[in-house]
Design a protein around this ligand. Structure first.
Ligand code: AMP
Length: 281
């Protein structure tokens, strides 16, 4: 496995790869790799000639009161995991390499952001879009893999690729979960022991909601309340949001039909967890 920290070197490496006619699959991450990331990597490995992964904790997508400093990092462990999982090239630039000076222009996301995490995390998706424009230009992938764990991110990347004409196929990948149902996340290490025991209730509430809809409930307000009550009753977390939209458009619904997303965010002591399910009604 090749580890590259310089943008120039990465671009040169990718140019040689592309000249030989090979396809490039790309998995952008912020590191502290877990099985969710590895699932994206395995799929990308199977569908492309070369697997490129980036590890970069992007300061632009963290708000002033968010967890940029406490975001978990362990490059040694990550690079071993990457190598074991067939990564061909691991791109690991420093913040100075990616942002040597204040940027003279940056992305501004207009749609699909005034709901869910976008509503509370002002500028978050602008930061995501800005770093992805840079990473797409550096890595020049044929296919880019994103987890539905961050379903709003998938919707925003879909818009980015279309609007900026990147010749890239977006591949959304299903959420990978712990045995008890908790969606895998680098941030789960910041749960207290008691919170970790409770945390599966988030997914349980989504499953209950799905069942109620399959049993005939069509009022989004009733479903939202059902989820809120379940989380309040069984966890010590504070609910940030419980929301239901059409997916991937993220339009409001008055009646549950078509492809929908039910998404939740819950704040625990040191970490805010998100989870969702998407399905056809
Ligand atoms: P992150 O390092 O958290 O930015 O995640 C990098 C990529 O892995 C993103 O596309 C995430 O959506 C995806 N990812 C993170 N956790 C999971 C999970 N539990 N299941 C599937 N994909 C995930």
């Amino acid at each position: 496995m090749k580890v590259i920290t310089s943008i120039k070197e990465m671009q040169q490496y990718i140019m040689t790869v592309k000249q030989s006619g090979k396809t490039v699959g790309f998995v952008p991450t912020m590191g502290y790799l877990h099985e969710g990331h590895l699932t994206l990597m395995n799929q990308a490995k199977n569908e492309n000639d070369l697997l490129a992964v980036s590890i970069f904790v992007n300061p632009l997508q963290f708000g002033p009161n968010e967890d940029f400093d406490s975001y978990p990092r362990d490059f040694e462990r990550d690079s071993q995991l990457a190598e074991k999982n067939g990564v061909d090239v691991l791109f690991h630039p420093s913040t100075e390499e990616m942002y040597p000076t204040k940027m003279s222009l940056a992305a501004k996301v207009h749609s699909r952001i005034d709901v869910l995490c976008g509503r509370q995390r002002n500028g978050h998706f602008d930061g995501v879009a800005t770093v992805l424009i840079k990473l797409f230009n550096i890595v020049q992938p044929d296919r880019a893999y994103f987890g539905l764990k961050d379903a709003q991110q998938v919707a925003v990347v879909d818009g980015l690729i279309t609007d900026f004409n990147f010749p890239i196929t977006l591949v959304p990948v299903e959420i990978v979960r712990e045995e008890d149902g908790l969606a895998k996340s680098s941030r789960n290490v910041n749960l207290t022991d008691q919170e970790r025991i409770e945390a599966y209730r988030l997914f349980e509430s989504l499953q209950m909601a799905k069942q109620a809809i399959l049993d005939g409930e069509r009022d989004p307000k009733v479903i939202e309340e059902l989820i809120q009550n379940h989380i309040l009753e069984h966890t010590s977390g504070d609910i940030d949001y419980v929301e239901i939209y059409r997916y991937p458009e993220l339009d409001e619904l008055t009646e549950l039909t078509g492809k929908i997303i039910i998404a939740i965010a819950v704040k625990f002591t040191n970490v805010r967890l998100i989870d969702n399910i998407t399905f056809d009604v």
